[in-house]
Design a protein around this ligand. Sequence first.
Ligand code: FES
Length: 338
Amino acid sequence: MSSKHHITCVFEDGATSQFTSSSFETVYQAALRSGLTLETDCREGACGVCKAYLSDGDCDLGDFSDEALTEDEEEQGYVLSCQTRARSDLVLQFGYPMSLLNKEMVRIATRVAALEPVADNVVRLVLESDAEPLTFLPGQYVNLSVAGQVDGRSYSFANSPLRPGAMEFFVRLLDSGAMSDWLRDRATVGDEVHIEGPYGQFFLRAPRGGELLMVAGGTGLAPILSMLEKLRAVDAPPPVRVLYGANHPGELFGLERLRDYGDWVTVETAVVTGDEAWTGKVGFVTDLIAEQRLDDATLADAYLCGPPPMIDAARQALTGLGLSDSRIFAEKFLPSEK
Ligand code: FES
């Protein structure tokens, strides 16, 4: 027999939502039945987008991958709302404002306006559309698809949300994969691409004073660029420290753009394997964190974007330096090509 439990969702802006759930349905399904569409993407326990902190209650965590919810996160009390089923009344805290849920999911047709290589195995893709511009928060992503060729693949905006006309993405080309093969072999200017979104809880929070630290690995730089574009539009942008890494120097892109932001952005780079011309740091981008003199009193928030091992190592390094986990926002870039 199924019993009913009360679920309370508390959002970053202090807004709350309450609904009931049976033990047969996930928190996401129960919320949906009550008219609340929580942030999700895969709904299979694979991406971690639906993560929430369980501050009270008992639940069945369901099935999920280590990438979506690490052992550490599980121990700290995080759960995946697309998998979790209540065993008692629950209180869940979500790391985004409830107002984010009021946005409309949009699907629009766009066309390729530019496609150019910017680094080894990285292309810059610019899409434009005659449809109503899609609004998003800097750091969020959309799913791109090409009729008959590519099913939805997730990519983060790199452009300013304040100028949403032309949408810019940086795509890492894998040896084989539907989107990689299409971009490398067949895509041309004018081709139609469908966009659905925006998605994601990784977005620039309202500045609360203090310095920002942004750590990017590979094409994880894309959402960081979108955040910097947004910040450059404010009268007095906060100081931002960007730590940016790649496997080798040829994979780094966007360095000139990072330098062009001005004095409020400082950049440090690292590559895992250098070459004869490389005079910078050799190592992981997360090694740079240990070299920073971070002052917990002046550092406001940290934003991390890149492969899962980079995120886990960066989070560990930052919490080791005393930064509260609640001030660290992260997006794991998972290889999604098949
Ligand atoms: Fe992907 Fe829940 S939506 S893990």
